[in-house]
Design a protein around this ligand. Structure first.
Ligand code: NAP
Length: 255
């Protein structure tokens, strides 16, 4: 599905990361990918994972909260790849203390931080990515969660950040569409990853999901990755500005 295409993937922390499942699936579909990591603390493990993919997989340091770091990363992508066909944004963070208890206790600083890392970063990478997609029918995706649409206990400030992220998807799709670039989001069901471990009572969220979702199972990163392939490939060439739920149907349920 992605034969001969080149993509940049943000958000591989370890082998459980949704971004890693997407990287493996994209690679198996014929794409060459580059991976970013936030800082050298994670660089070694990301390089080890990258080495398991066929061909050359550039690994590039990028902290999405710093414009200098973003500019340097995209400069390197331009040198290594010349152009881009797709981009995956699978990055989010909020302080642990903001991910439990009442939402009204959210601090100004915690609110800004969650929005900066988890929401603005998509706009920041989309603008730079689009510059490398001119004339190439590029596609971008980001990852969101049903906490953007409904109240999920303890998701708090991240739910508000994801709501803004989903709105960003629509504004970016309208802005970049005339250049032939599509922008979509996947709203994934809960998956046990490093980021998820920060959310209070996450195991209860997983259990509830499994019992209520029409497919009666938890979402797997590989299911998300397969839908990502669809959204990044020409099979979805008529779709932009959408949020597609990959959650076993959980989001359709009323109770
Ligand atoms: P993950 O493996 O922990 O991935 C989150 C990534 O964000 C990590 O690679 C993390 O790097 C990166 N990140 C955080 N701050 C960053 C920064 N300043 N600069 C660059 N990268 C930064 O967890 P995941 O569950 O796969 O999360 C991926 C995406 O899926 C997130 O947007 C998440 O909200 C979304 N999602 C997850 C679920 C779920 O249940 N797991 C459900 C729906 C949506 P560091 O480790 O270095 O901080």
């Amino acid at each position: 599905m992605l034969q001969g295409k080149r993509g940049l993937i943000f958000g591989v922390a370890n082998k459980r990361s949704i971004a890693w499942a997407i990287a493996k699936a994209a690679s198996a579909s014929g794409a060459q990918v580059a991976l970013t990591y936030q800082n050298e603390r994670l660089g070694e493990s990301v390089r080890e994972l990258a080495a398991t993919l066929p061909g050359e997989t550039p690994c590039i340091e990028c902290d999405v909260t710093h414009d200098v770091s973003l500019d340097a990363a995209f400069d390197e992508v331009k040198i290594r790849f010349g152009s881009l066909d797709f981009l995956v944004h699978s990055v989010a963070f909020a302080r642990k203390e903001e991910l439990s208890g009442g939402y009204s206790q959210t601090s100004r600083e915690g609110f800004h931080f969650a929005q900066d890392v988890s929401t603005y970063s998509f706009t920041a990478v989309a603008r730079r990515g689009a510059a490398l997609m001119e004339g190439r029918a590029g596609a971008m995706i980001t990852l969101t969660y049903i906490g953007a649409e409904r109240v999920i206990p303890n998701y708090n400030v991240m739910g508000v950040a994801k709501a803004a992220l989903e709105a960003s998807v629509r504004y970016l799709a309208a802005d970049l569409g005339p250049r032939g670039i599509r922008v979509n989001a996947i709203s994934a069901g809960p998956i046990k990853t490093l980021a998820a471990a920060g959310i209070g009572d996450f195991s209860q969220i997983l259990e509830h999901h499994k019992n209520k979702a029409p497919l009666r199972k938890n979402t797997e990163a590989e299911e998300v990755a397969d839908s990502a392939l669809f959204l990044l490939s020409p099979l979805s060439r008529g779709i932009t500005g959408e949020v597609i739920h990959v959650d076993g149907g959980y989001s359709i349920m009323g109770t």
